[in-house]
Design a protein around this ligand. Structure first.
Ligand code: GDP
Ligand code: MN
Length: 399
């Protein structure tokens, strides 16, 4: 689960991490009061969307002005005017795709006098099973490009969970960023606090770009991006409260209500599969036969008829879907439950596109009989290969 920059800064502030002060607004009517709360002399007006690259982004609407999604200004009046100008407008960045994202929240923040910009991130490193930190002097810019062309400028180390952050980690960061004296001490404190925040809130990723040194000699997080491990949300109601559903795919939100592992993709064939491995194989084989999947969907092992019905409704509600492939290998999952769920969903929402069903395993005969008795126009398939070929052929013929 992702959150906005201003929320991420709020989480980090709880752990004593140095971040600038600011006020977030959702309504242009709040802009003047928000800007007046920041003392100046510099204000930063920041578009809040779940995508990076805002500084270099461009608004679609001409009346949003020429400047990007992050604006540095010299008076409270200008800050408020810019906030009003960009609220509700659509920002296009390298991460939003060409459609862009509507800016529904704006963060007005105290400006910092930047001396140097660095990069810092923390993530769960599966290779070492530890939290790893990545730091670089090349902040503010495209870190992927730095990693590609000058990998020696990227420094990585991981934290042993048994000891936590040790003084030598602080020294590693200070050395990598060329910091000495008090700034080196600040770097050590920062890593300690960021690690505490990361572990305390079950983060999956934390990115600070840029981490800056101000002209006044302070280390500060000027940007913050956090994503949390979704499997841990049950123990963090405060994090769940930060969720902004307008930033998420509506189909994925609906799927999460039923505890379905669903990810929207951009192809034409809707897939309902049980088991993540079989779901991946199903996506691959659809590609092999020349079409693209519209989603990844794992209904799980113990899905109920209700859950299957919900899953099928989510697939059919996607206007991109031109055909549906149900591919179930019944182990714990029972084929008759799947069959009943599919039929219940079709009865509720109708079926405008070809449907191929491949059932195998527990209660397979019962499942097939239920589908035959339903009188639905279902194309039966015997195995995965046959199923993929049939749905691709049906979609091509219907087009
Ligand atoms: P992003 O483009 O979405 O990553 O948004 P950032 O929060 O990183 O802001 C983009 C850029 O704006 C930063 O890299 C900084 O160069 C600049 N910026 C952000 N805050 C300030 C500030 O307080 N003062 C100054 N001078 N520049 C800032
Ligand atoms: Mn940034």
């Amino acid at each position: 689960m992702n959150i906005h920059e201003y929320q991420a800064k709020g989480v980090l502030r709880e752990y004593g991490v140095p971040v600038p002060n600011g006020v977030a607004i959702l309504d242009a009517a709040e802009a003047d009061a928000a800007a007046a709360k920041i003392p100046g002399p510099v204000w930063v007006v920041k578009s809040q969307i779940h995508a990076g690259g805002r500084g270099k982004g461009k608004f679609k609407e001409a009346d949003a002005g020429e400047k990007g999604g992050v604006r540095v200004v010299k008076s409270a009046g200008e800050a408020a005017a810019n906030a009003k100008q960009i609220l509700g407008k659509t920002l296009v960045t390298v991460q939003t795709g060409p459609a862009g994202k509507q800016v529904n929240r704006v963060y007005i923040e105290e400006g910092s006098d930047i001396d140097k910009e660095f990069y810092l991130s923390a993530l769960v490193d599966r290779a070492t099973s530890r939290v790893a930190f990545v730091v670089s002097t090349e902040g503010g810019m495209d870190i992927e490009e730095v990693a590609h062309s000058t990998p020696e400028k990227i420094h990585t180390f991981s934290i042993d969970p048994a000891t936590g952050v040790m003084p030598h980690h602080g020294r590693t960061v200070a050395q990598a960023l060329g910091l000495s004296g008090d700034l080196a001490k600040q770097a050590g404190n920062l890593v300690t606090k960021l690690y505490a925040a990361f572990v305390g809130k079950d983060m999956a990723m934390l990115e600070v770009n840029p981490l800056v040194v101000t002209k006044g000699g302070e280390l500060k997080c000027l940007d913050a991006k956090i994503s949390f491990d979704s499997n841990s949300l049950y123990r963090h109601p405060d994090v769940v409260a930060l969720r902004d559903e307008t930033e998420e795919d509506a189909k994925e939100i609906e799927a999460s209500k039923y505890d379905l592992a669903y990810i929207a993709l951009d192809g034409t064939i809707g897939c309902m599969v049980n088991g993540a491995g079989l779901a991946m194989a199903t996506l691959d084989i659809i590609k092999l036969y020349g079409e693209s999947p519209a989603n990844f969907l794992d209904v799980g092992g113990g899905a109920t008829e209700e859950k299957v019905t919900a899953a099928f409704k989510i697939i059919t509600a996607d206007p991109q879907v031109q055909g549906i492939l149900v591919n179930i290998f019944g182990g714990i999952m029972k084929c008759d439950v799947i069959a009943r769920g599919v039929i219940a969903a079709v009865k509720a929402v109708g079926l405008q596109v070809p449907l191929v069903v491949r059932l195998e395993g527990t209660n397979v005969e019962e499942g097939k009989q239920i589908i035959r008795d339903s009188g639905l126009n279902v194309i039966p398939a015997d195995d995965l290969d046959d199923a993929a070929q049939k749905i691709v052929k049906a979609v091509k013929e219907a087009a």
